[in-house]
Design a binder for this molecule. Structure first.
Ligand code: AHR
Length: 627
């Protein structure tokens, strides 16, 4: 069993004292309303899974240090000692002390989901590192574990060179999301090599000693191993110790965490014990920053933030070049404004118009010189625009890809020109994610799920539900992903059937013409319309009315976007639901550009926070909406 490392023991006693002191100060005010106290300070509870893993010790230390810089925060810490039951109690106890916001790093996703949902119903909740199931929290901050696994796979493949070889993976806690995702990314990458044999993994629960013991037990039966990928540095070090004790040589060890300090991943690489590791930002500092933003009710807080890992090798430590998209030129003295090139999809919908307006107004407000090109729905136009930005040597390029493939060449040109690319709104299918710096936009798959969940709940008493699907432009991320999410939810419900599915390219007029054709063919069989955006839904409403049917009653209509005209249609009883897709990405984009230019690391992905709107509250909800 692993012994807590000295820093952990010191931190635990410090936190223990802190927590006790905070509780003593609070006892008279137990159960107070969640608001700042007399001198404007807020109370934040921190529920940590354990203080035995060095990475968690570092996370908690980071939270403590950053909170110490925030005059308006008082903190209470709880260490669950890796017990889910205890962490549930910890969260309940923290709530009982009237905290204004909860930061929780769960032991396990499933076990902690109910109590996090309960807390979220009352106060903002920031989930750190390991997610919970669903979306019942305010903000998730953590690593992109699948990408970490893929990058570790690339490093392992590179270390094996042309000779190929045998690879062993050491997993953290079996079945935990981080472990599953890291493994998935790693195997996807390594699986590309026919000359690489991947052994049955070893599970070591993130612990150094467990990895050492497991390998010592299994070592003799193991054939030669050319590379070991351990899902954290502690287990990689344990594996290395076991191989050394068994007299094995010639094995490369790859880890994750890249912590500084004694026997942290950085030192293990410096000593040549590890061939590579990845810094995996703990998110502690970001959590405190966003906690303040939430408590001060600032706008534009994302729903999910995936932090950027950095590859650490002997070469990078020696100051060698790294192939990755580095943080910006830093605070180098600038002559004139930042120049941003933006290639837009087109002007196909009210959503797109609002998106363009947001980008232009945010650039003007930020003093950023914006070169804006309208792609008019054609990938060729967007590619030409990006090339023009490269030729004009802009500082940063951003675009919303009209389709999800075919960007490799132009993105390589931008990379060779040393110009970073930020994706907004729509992702691309490119797996070589070193070609773009950051993504900000929606989770389109979840939007599809939300549309289907609403429909299933609304029509649950029907024996059969025949659905018409109006798709967006073929090959685009929203079309692919919304369909994916919608079908995932209805897949196990045979009474829900998509009887017609055609593209209206996100245009209102095409939504009308496509629906008119489907009505002629299917007539009264149609029970519902699932439209990939509100514009096409509104076109379909016109066609339904012309057919002599009542939209919103004879045919239930659910769209995506949450545009003003959808609210008007819902208020008029002609539409039933709109799943929000937030186009107001301008402020986030400009902040990312400024952060990059200031040399800050950008998150790999930022997912916007969105809701679901129905006819029942449309009149109230539409008041004050920005688009
Ligand atoms: O990429 C977002 C989608 O593109 C919106 O849902 C749609 O209205 C727009 O055309």
């Amino acid at each position: 069993m692993s012994r807590a490392s000295p820093p952990a023991a010191a931190l635990r006693s410090a936190l223990g004292a802190l927590a006790l002191a905070a509780l003593a100060a609070l006892l008279p005010s137990c159960g107070r309303a969640a608001r700042s106290d007399a001198d404007g300070r807020f109370l934040v509870g921190v529920s940590q899974a354990n203080l035995t893993e060095p990475w968690r010790v570092a996370m908690t230390e980071e939270i403590r240090e950053e909170a110490g810089r925030q005059r308006r925060l008082r903190m209470i810490y709880a260490d669950a000692a890796d017990s889910s039951a205890r962490q549930i109690e910890d969260v309940r106890r923290l709530m009982g002390f009237g905290i204004d916001l909860l930061i929780v790093s769960p032991t396990e996703a499933g076990a902690l989901t109910p109590i996090v949902r309960e807390a979220y119903a009352r106060i903002p909740v920031i989930v750190l590192d390991r997610a919970v199931e669903g979306y019942d929290y305010t903000l998730f901050i953590g690593p992109d574990n699948e990408r970490l696994g893929r990058e570790a796979g690339r490093v392992a493949s590179g270390l094996l060179g042309r000779r190929g070889g045998n690879v062993l993976e050491i997993e953290g806690r079996s079945g935990s999301p981080p472990s599953l995702e890291r493994s998935s990314g790693f195997r996807e990458e390594i699986g590309k090599r026919a000359d690489v044999r991947l052994f049955e993994p070893i599970v070591a629960d993130w612990l150094r000693d467990r990895a050492e013991d497991e390998l010592a037990a299994r070592g003799p039966s193991l054939p030669p191993v050319d590379a070991v990928f351990a899902q954290n540095d502690a287990m990689a070090y344990g594996a290395w110790r076991a191989f050394r004790a068994a007299g094995r040589a010639g094995t490369a060890f790859i880890g994750i965490d890249g912590l500084p300090g004694p026997m942290g991943g950085i030192e293990l690489v410096r000593k040549g014990i590890l061939s590579a590791t990845f810094t995996c930002p703990t998110g502690g500092k970001e959590a405190v920053g966003y906690a303040m933003d939430l408590l001060l009710k600032k706008e534009g807080i994302p729903k999910k933030i995936y932090l950027r890992p950095r590859l650490v090798t002997g070469e990078s430590l020696a100051g060698g070049a790294s192939s990755e998209a580095r943080a910006g030129p830093g605070a180098s003295p600038r002559r004139g404004p930042i120049v941003l090139g933006f290639a837009q999809v087109g002007a196909e919908s009210e959503w797109r118009v609002a998106n363009t307006k947001s980008i232009k107004s945010a650039a003007a407000k930020a003093g950023i010189e914006l070169l804006f090109e309208d792609g008019k729905q054609l990938q060729g136009n967007q590619i030409a625009a990006i090339r023009s930005f490269i030729a004009r040597k802009v500082d940063v390029i951003a675009f919303s890809p009209v389709v999800d493939s075919g960007w490799d060449e132009v993105l390589r040109e931008a990379k060779e020109a040393g110009i970073p690319v930020i994706l907004t709104d729509r992702r691309i299918g490119l797996k070589d994610d070193s070609l773009w710096l950051s993504f900000m936009g929606s989770d389109f798959v979840e939007e599809g799920r939300r549309a289907a969940r609403w429909l299933v709940e609304t029509l649950k008493d029907r024996d059969e539900v025949n659905i018409v699907e109006l798709q967006g432009n073929p090959g685009s991320a929203p079309t692919i992903d919304r369909k994916l999410g919608f079908e995932e939810v209805i897949r196990d419900r045979p009474s829900y059937r998509i009887i017609a599915s055609e593209s209206g390219d996100f245009f209102r007029a095409q939504g009308y013409s496509v629906m008119k054709g489907i009505l002629a063919a299917e007539g009264r069989r149609i029970d519902a319309v699932f439209s990939h955006n509100d514009d096409m839904a509104i076109g379909a409403i016109q066609a339904i009315k012309e057919r002599g049917l009542k939209p919103g009653r004879d045919i239930v209509i659910v769209g995506v976007d949450g545009i003003k005209d959808a609210f008007k249609a819902m208020a008029a009883g002609e539409m039933n639901c709109s799943v929000e897709c937030n186009p107001i990405l301008g402020p986030q984009l400009m902040k990312a550009v400024q952060d990059y230019m200031a040399g800050k690391d950008l998150p790999i992905r930022m997912i916007t926070s969105e809701g679901v709107f129905t006819a029942a509250t449309a009149r109230r909800d539409m008041i004050g909406r920005e688009y």
